[in-house]
Design a protein around this ligand. Structure first.
Ligand SMILES: Cc1ncc(COP(=O)(O)O)c(C=O)c1O
Length: 477
């Protein structure tokens, strides 16, 4: 005879008061108990009759729920004996190994695009069939097989120019747009075109790590422009600086999620004009603002006053479409076009032709705007689901400091749990979160607070509560 398994106490099993189907409610309630290891692995569940009585449900509801739990691998049915919590749970739902390392049997694989990966949009909802059709249509066009215009296809630049004018109030025309390999290449070109070796560049701190890498590579003189959680960029420091350029994410600071208001934007534009400096505006995810209408881009604001001569606008298709597309763009003043093209020619040459042609159609036929609108609604819901789950599961000492925008949430706390330790522990349970230190150019910065960044673009709505609960379990151990 095998060991006697503990009988599960269902005393605190509760169904929510929602009007949802009882079977779904019961399924979720039991699954939560199991994945959070509130019920022992191998434990015996009450009989369907007993549970139905206890919860005033029909026996059918309970039987169907148990069958669903069996089908999804949370419990197993042993003939003539009853139902038991599975020893090995479905991988994606495994609880934290730190809290229960003795019981851990396998670990969900770490996934670059998986739960809380930063900067990854919802990949499952991209209209892939339409995209495939467009790529296919253009793949038979012989003239696209040869070398192309270094600046990017005129069809794409025209379509993009209209899109940017309407969606981001960018003041441009196709001749001022340069298609690049992601924002990454756009930022590299912008730096090479504006800085001489001894010049200084101000960059938000914490800030976009990929930009730090470019500054390091080019050997430019880095000056930190501090960004404070919730308060934003230290504008006064910038206004007093005679740096040659300022790199900035004004609509949704990456990673702290603050934004600059119109007055601040105007003062920075004035700073650039007066000091003959450059503003490099990275507008990577500004389509996704949930609390209010998006601010006009700095480039647009400057352009409306005829003062965009010092603003370089950088955009990306990584967030509004998908990361591996590797397409981005620069909108530059007339004076910089030729220099930027010389640099692009030297470092990569032209950009892939078929993909540009497909993208031009995707924009012209309204698919991009439709997709962006759909994703804005979805990310707003996901953002709310994240906030709700954080409130429910995480200690109240943790604070969400980022605004309701984009595809990430920044969580800050004071106290003994070190952010890097949390990130390491999260990685072991398949959660891909980033520590604030990842975004700090100067790793010796003294901080009396910890923070992590949680991307929610590519997490499914249904998984948000359990993934946050999994993260929460790391705080409690
Ligand atoms: C601040 C910022 N800028 C730009 C990008 C997009 O870069 P790319 O177009 O090279 O993928 C990202 C993506 O994570 C980002 O976080």
């Amino acid at each position: 005879m095998g060991p006697v398994m503990p009988l599960i106490d269902i005393g605190d099993l509760q169904l929510s008061n929602s009007k949802g189907a009882k079977q779904t409610e019961l399924f979720k309630a039991i699954r939560e108990k199991i994945v959070e290891q509130l019920w022992p692995i191998g434990g015996k569940l009450p009989s369907t009759r007993k549970l139905a009585e206890e919860l005033s449900l029909s026996r059918n509801t309970v039987t169907n729920t148990y069958e669903q739990l069996v089908a999804e691998g949370y419990i197993e049915s042993r003939a003539g004996s009853g139902f038991y919590v599975c020893i090995e749970l479905p991988e994606a739902y495994l609880p934290a190994p730190i809290a229960h390392s003795a019981q851990q049997s396998s670990i969900p694989p770490y996934n670059n695009d998986g739960a809380f990966a930063s900067g990854v949009p919802d990949l499952n909802l991209f209209p892939i069939k339409k995209w495939q059709r467009l790529l296919q249509q253009h793949s038979s066009r012989v003239h696209l097989l040869g070398s192309q215009h270094i600046q990017g296809s005129i069809e794409l630049r025209s379509a993009l120019s209209d899109y940017l004018a309407t969606s981001r109030s960018v003041v441009c025309n196709p001749s001022r747009i340069i298609i690049t390999s992601g924002a990454q290449q756009a930022l590299s070109i912008a730096l090479m075109a504006t800085l001489s070796p001894s010049d200084s560049i101000l960059m938000e701190q914490p800030g976009y790590t990929q930009m730090s890498k470019i500054i390091n590579l080019l050997g430019s003189n880095f000056i930190a422009a501090p960004v404070v959680p919730k308060l934003g960029l230290d504008i006064d420091l910038v206004l007093q600086s005679n740096a040659k350029a300022l790199y900035i994410t004004p609509s949704n600071q990456y990673p702290l999620g603050t934004s600059l208001d119109t007055k601040q934007r105007l003062s920075l534009i004035e700073w650039a004009v007066q000091g003959n400096s450059w503003i490099i505006e990275d507008d990577y995810d500004s389509e996704f603002q949930f609390a209010h209408r998006p601010y006009t881009s700095m480039q647009g604001l400057a352009g409306q006053m005829g003062r965009d001569e010092h603003v370089i606008y950088v955009g990306s298709f990584s967030k509004v479409m998908f990361n591996s597309l590797r397409l981005g763009y620069l909108v530059v003043p007339e004076s910089l076009i030729s220099k930027c093209l010389t640099i692009k020619d030297a470092i990569t040459g032209d950009s892939p032709a078929h993909v540009q042609a497909a993208l031009a159609d995707f924009i012209r036929e309204g698919d991009l705007i439709r997709h962006v609108r759909k994703m804005r609604r979805l990310y707003k819901l996901k953002h709310q689901a994240m906030i709700d789950a954080i409130k429910l599961h995480l200690p109240s000492s943790l604070e969400v400091v980022s605004q309701a925008a984009g595809m990430h949430i920044t969580l800050k706390w004071h106290g003994s749990i070190d952010e890097q330790d949390l990130v390491d522990a999260a990685q072991k349970v398949g959660l891909n979160i980033r520590p604030m230190s990842y975004y700090e150019h100067n790793k010796n910065i003294e901080r009396d607070w910890n923070a992590v960044i949680l991307g929610f673009g590519n997490v499914s709505m249904d998984d948000i509560p359990q993934d946050i609960a999994r993260l929460a379990s790391l705080f409690h151990c």
